[in-house]
Write a protein that binds this ligand. Structure first.
Ligand SMILES: [Fe+2]
Length: 240
């Protein structure tokens, strides 16, 4: 499985530019690994500067995190950016969700109004994530496995049901006018904490089972593409 290094280029040593900081993260990166970056400058300019410094081509996957902030996966070889399996793909989405929550929470605590649409985005992405895991991917298992209430997937689904209930409360906070920011922070914090606990369980108990099962099916490429389409479909939050 490829390994990643997470870097937020906004948090860099004083006097160091974003591309210099990224350079030290990528310079000794093994070919199979990638760096996940949060960056405010144009990622294409960043890529070109890094390629000049390193003297070789780099490969990127770029996603707009919010206005003036980008999420970029960057590697020395294209295969590092192609998910190796469902576990790899969904683990990467865990990272995105966690960062999205922390960024939204920081803005809300600072009473910045842009924290609300960002938290809406977090809620939508979390709902999409647990839907994919609970419904789409779980259906790939055999009916015997799905009927076993102690199977790791059944336990994961129950965790997701609890997250979905708290998500419904969170959406009520988001829909209120004016938004109760303190209530929203508490509710979103609960969703994020439950998500973190479920993530650990999934990455250690559920994903290895899925990947084992999917490798035996032979159509893993198509399944990964379908999931990616659902995960990264654009989001148009209501009313924002
Ligand atoms: Fe997950």
């Amino acid at each position: 499985m490829s390994m990643y290094r997470l870097m937020d280029l906004r948090e860099r040593p004083l006097g160091m530019s974003a591309h210099q900081h990224a350079y030290y993260g990528i310079r000794d990166l093994p070919e199979r690994d990638y760096v996940a970056l949060f960056v405010e400058e144009n990622p294409r300019f960043l890529q070109r500067r890094l390629e000049r410094l390193l003297g070789h081509r780099l490969f990127t996957r770029i996603e707009r995190h919010r206005d003036m902030l980008w999420y970029v996966e960057i590697s020395r070889a294209p295969q590092a950016l192609n998910p190796l399996g469902v576990g790899d793909l969904m683990s990467r989405d865990h990272i995105r969700l966690n960062r999205l929550f922390l960024e939204s929470e920081r803005l809300l605590r600072a009473r910045q109004p842009e924290g609300v649409p960002l938290m809406t985005r977090f809620a939508i992405r979390m709902a999409r994530h647990i839907y994919i895991e609970s419904q789409l991917i779980a259906q790939l298992l055999s009916s015997d496995q799905l009927g076993d209430m102690q199977h790791p997937v059944a336990i994961m689904r129950r965790n997701h049901d609890e997250i979905a209930r708290e998500l419904a409360t969170m959406v009520q906070f988001l829909d209120a006018h004016p938004v109760d920011l303190d209530g929203l922070i508490v509710s979103a914090g609960l969703v994020a904490a439950m998500g973190l606990s479920s993530e650990f369980y999934e990455e250690t108990r559920v994903f290895p089972l899925w990947d084992h099962r999917l490798r035996a099916r032979g159509d893993i490429g198509k399944i990964l593409r379908d999931i990616q389409l659902q995960l990264y479909a654009s989001i148009a939050p209501r009313g924002h």
